[in-house]
Design a protein around this ligand. Structure first.
Ligand code: ADP
Ligand code: ADP
Ligand code: MG
Length: 448
């Protein structure tokens, strides 16, 4: 096992990594930007170093400073968390060049999956059904129109470098093709420095169901079941749960094994998520792979009892997986609400600022992953996630009841949060019923 790890991230995920390291007996090195000096990850790590000013490009994405801190502090490995450096293959290479272990898959695997158009082809070759579309990158308007004529509208233009819901445009008819390609490309260029797009059929009323996978360096791959992330706003997740209310054990087993075999074929190490869309008839299509730990990983931890962060760090340190597929059992149901510093009555506008009161909920079946505390000032420079409230129960019904209680107990004052929105959702009959939830749920029910 490593003796010391540098955490190249901030917020709740930096804390989550520190907690895993503490349990593994690994020392931690935090990095932070100037406005994050008072952040909890700085206070809880064994050592902490400022790597630059507020803009992420000068701090959390400042490769030379991060590497310098790692070398100077004697860290053996770097954990990138999610966002920032997590899916940056060049950064994984640079770590290697400095004899630092990048806690994640190989740079080759990140590259292979990070380009979404190529990833679809790779997974198709490995035996996974994929969302129907045009193969590879294209901006060829006549070709797209010709394809859409047979495939049918609506279609979706997607940035091949996309992430966080950015660089996606719905095209409802032929007249919109050209303009939507231009606007998706422009957004992708601005957000990812890469304008390339690919074309998919727009799946009507899909559920977003994803599978967690865990792989070691010796060819062992297991899946830890599914998560349903269909409650979204602008293609970004708001509520996640495990298992999906519409998944059956037989289908989980079938899809899970297809995924395990595909992941074995590509040669992958660490944690990862295969994101799929399921249509009304439970036909499923590979959409993308996230080659990192995900925001919503706790719901899987709650129902499997497996600490995903510890497993991720252990396999990165060269240990063999000790869990076999037959050991993975699913216990009850877990739901996660993303608590954001946003005003849900004003189009979810981010509202950073000073938290003047913070009382976290507790009791059986409640988990809070948050870096916030009374007196903490949320800086305006990064994402608006204040924390995650996770409720676990024997059944989905019990998990919802616990989530309602947790949300009622959670007192955050000084800034608006999405707690009132989640309270409404946990009492909203179509959500509670659970069967008719699709990615357009929020729009369909006029919740946005
Ligand atoms: P998850 O699949 O874990 O729910 P999200 O899409 O919500 O992931 O993203 C998690 C975090 O990572 C967010 O802060 C998001 O802005 C960031 N992120 C996701 N993809 C990218 C990307 N390609 N480039 C930069 N940041 C990204
Ligand atoms: P990101 O990299 O930003 O996470 P994804 O490819 O995972 O992008 O898509 C994000 C969300 O957009 C999905 O969860 C789904 O709601 C919607 N989406 C993406 N592709 C399609 C599609 N072909 N048809 C319908 N919805 C889609
Ligand atoms: Mg995605």
């Amino acid at each position: 096992m490593f003796k010391k790890i540098l955490i190249a991230n901030r917020g709740e995920i930096a804390l989550r990594i520190i907690r895993a390291c503490k349990e593994l007996g690994v020392k931690t090195v935090a990095i932070y930007s100037q406005p994050d000096a008072e952040s909890l990850h700085v206070l809880l790590a064994d050592e902490a170093y400022c790597v630059g000013p507020a803009p992420a490009s000068q701090s959390y994405l400042n490769v030379s400073n991060i590497i310098s801190v790692a070398l100077m502090s004697g860290a053996e490995a770097i954990h990138p968390g999610y966002g920032f450096m997590a899916e940056n293959a060049d950064f994984a290479d640079i770590c290697k060049e400095h004899d630092l272990v990048f806690i994640g898959p190989s740079s080759q695997a990140i590259r292979q999956m990070g380009d979404k158009a190529t990833a679809k082809q790779t997974m198709l070759d490995a035996g996974m059904p994929v969302v129907p579309g045009i193969d590879g990158i294209t901006a060829d308007v006549p070709k797209i129109k010709a394809w859409a004529k047979t495939a049918g509208y609506p279609i979706l233009v997607k940035a091949t470098a996309g992430g966080g819901g950015k660089g996606m445009r719905l095209v409802e008819d032929e007249s919109q093709v050209e303009a939507m390609i231009q606007s998706a490309s422009a957004e992708a260029q601005a957000a990812f420095g890469n304008p390339d797009c690919y074309i998919e059929k727009y799946i009507l009323k899909p559920r977003h169901i994803e599978f967690q996978i865990l792989a070691d360096n010796y060819g062992n791959v297991i899946h830890l079941g599914d998560r349903d992330c269909s409650i979204q706003r602008r293609h970004q997740k708001l509520i996640e749960e495990a298992p999906s209310p519409v998944m059956t054990p037989a289908l989980r087993e079938k899809v899970g094994m297809t995924i395990v075999n595909a992941v074995k074929n590509i040669g992958y190490e660490g944690v990862g998520t295969i994101e799929l869309l399921f249509d009304k008839d439970m036909n499923y299509y590979f959409m993308e792979m996230n080659t990192r730990i995900q925001v919503e990983h706790p719901v899987t931890e709650m129902i499997t009892g497996i600490d995903l962060l510890k497993e991720q760090i252990k396999v990165a340190a060269g240990e063999k997986l000790t869990i076999q597929q037959k050991d993975v059992a699913f216990n009850g149901h877990a739901i996660e609400c993303r608590i954001n510093a946003e005003d849900s009555t004003k189009n979810f506008m981010p509202m950073p600022g000073l938290i003047d009161g913070f009382i976290a909920p507790g009791g059986i079946g409640i988990r809070v992953d948050s870096h916030a505390y009374q007196g903490y000032k949320i800086p305006p420079f990064y994402d608006s996630l204040v924390g995650k409230l996770i409720a676990h129960g024997a059944t989905r019904e019990e998990a919802i009841i616990r989530m309602r209680r947790g949300l009622d107990e959670f007192a955050i004052t000084g800034i608006p949060t999405t707690i009132p929105f989640h309270q409404k959702m946990m009492n909203f009959a179509p959500f509670v019923e659970g069967k008719e939830i699709y990615t357009n749920f929020m729009i369909e029910h006029q919740l946005v």
